[in-house]
Design a protein around this ligand. Structure first.
Ligand code: NAD
Ligand code: UDP
Length: 353
């Protein structure tokens, strides 16, 4: 099957929609996408398939869902494997000997209520899961992209955050399983790189939103949109003055693809996010206005260790990847609202965690 695929794809030059130069993509790209059934992962799988790659999506369906990828399953270049990255890869999977060329390592619940529901699992996903994927990359000579997070900066004292800021993170609080887990994952990635064991790229992703988030995901954009559409109270945690900077998922996926293919952004983390900062209170007003909702705004307690403000400095991505976001917040929200407006996309009963 693999040989047939390589034969079919041989010589095929797939031109990138957004990049200036065509990239030779399909010929040899055999991608493993961990967390591929999740929000960003499913958008990434779709993009990679569009560009001619063969894609194996590996997911334990903790927060991912089949409905995110069901439309890809008819594609002969796409395959789904249910597996937890904490565990050794199943023997049958290894025996197939698929020579992945690229590993996009996204597996990890990203929403605070979900990653805090089983903090031990979150920490181990980041440490054991990342080690397992780095070892696979080492064994196959594949390049691995780790999706780290702006959470490595914790509740930042430096604003905007640039990559050389070392962060202000609590190692004992409820967010630590994720923040410290991701910091440890970065440590492992750079140790493998320094030792010449694996070729790695590290993205620090800032708040991203768009189609295929879950209505019960718990993050602010999906919460506000679903609450507004359903006429439920829009829940602002704290006084709403804390800030975030929201990146539309297509922009983010473009940044991940460029970073994976970069020959210069090596040995360093790269911030990927949209520097357009606003308060979550303002975001609530915008969503209510755009949905024409009659929802009331209510205030709920601010979660422990909730960062006060967050905004990426993206100079490194601009310079080394020629990347910056192109989707303005209103336009991205329109598209997310349109997606959530279809009742089926808000259905959380069907594939709840
Ligand atoms: P998501 O929760 O929608 O997706 C995570 C996916 O990983 C899900 O499909 C889940 O089932 C899977 N998963 C979790 N633990 C696993 C395990 N142990 N083994 C196998 N699969 C597992 O989240 P997302 O927003 O798509 O985030 C994807 C990645 O990007 C995560 O690593 C996250 O930390 C990172 N990230 C996301 C954001 C954001 O704003 N969305 C910001 C920073 C970093
Ligand atoms: N938030 C909110 N209402 C919600 C969900 C989140 O006000 O219904 C706030 C949350 O306290 C935080 C911000 O929105 O200040 C972003 O939260 P999210 O969970 O989306 O991302 P993160 O905190 O990881 O940046």
């Amino acid at each position: 099957e693999l040989e047939q695929y390589i034969e079919e794809a041989a010589g095929k030059v797939v031109s990138d929609r957004k990049r200036e130069k065509p990239v030779e993509f399909g010929r040899e790209r055999i991608a493993l996408v961990t967390g591929g059934a999740g929000f960003i992962g499913s958008n990434l799988c779709e993009r990679l398939l569009d560009e001619g790659a063969r894609v194996v999506c590996l997911d334990n369906f903790q927060t991912g869902r089949r409905s995110n990828i069901v439309h890809l399953e008819a594609n002969p270049r796409f395959e789904v494997v249910e597996h937890d990255v904490i565990d050794e890869l199943p023997q049958w999977f290894r025996m197939r000997g698929t020579k992945f060329t690229h590993i996009y390592h996204l597996a990890c619940a990203a929403s605070p209520p979900h990653y805090q529901a089983d903090p031990e699992h979150t920490m181990l996903t980041n440490v054991m899961g990342t080690r397992n994927m780095l070892r696979l990359a080492e064994e196959l000579g594949a390049r691995l992209l780790l999706t780290s997070t702006s959470e490595v900066y914790g509740d930042p004292e430096v604003h905007p955050q640039q990559e050389d800021y070392r962060g202000w993170v609590s190692c004992t609080g409820p967010r630590a399983c994720y923040d410290e887990g991701k910091r440890a994952a970065e440590t492992l990635a750079f140790d493998f790189l320094r030792a010449g064991r694996a070729d790695v790229r590290v993205a620090r992703i800032f708040n991203t939103y768009g189609p295929r988030m879950r209505c019960d995901d718990g993050r602010v954009v999906s919460n506000y949109i679903c609450q507004a559409i359903e006429g439920a109270d829009v829940t602002i945690y704290g006084d709403g003055s804390q800030t975030r900077s929201f990146c539309y998922v297509d922009d983010l996926v473009e940044g991940l693809c460029r970073l994976m293919d970069s020959e210069s952004a090596v040995g360093m983390p790269v911030n990927l996010g949209n520097p357009n900062e606003l308060t979550v209170g303002n975001l609530a007003d915008l969503v209510i206005e755009m949905t024409g909702s009659s929802s009331r705004k209510v205030h709920e307690p601010l979660p422990v260790d909730d960062p006060r403000r967050r905004k990426p400095n993206i100079a490194r991505a601009q310079e080394l990847l020629g990347w910056e976001p192109t989707v303005e917040l209103r336009r991205g929200l329109e598209s997310a609202i349109a997606w959530f407006s279809q009742a089926g996309n808000r259905n959380i009963e069907e594939d709840r965690i």
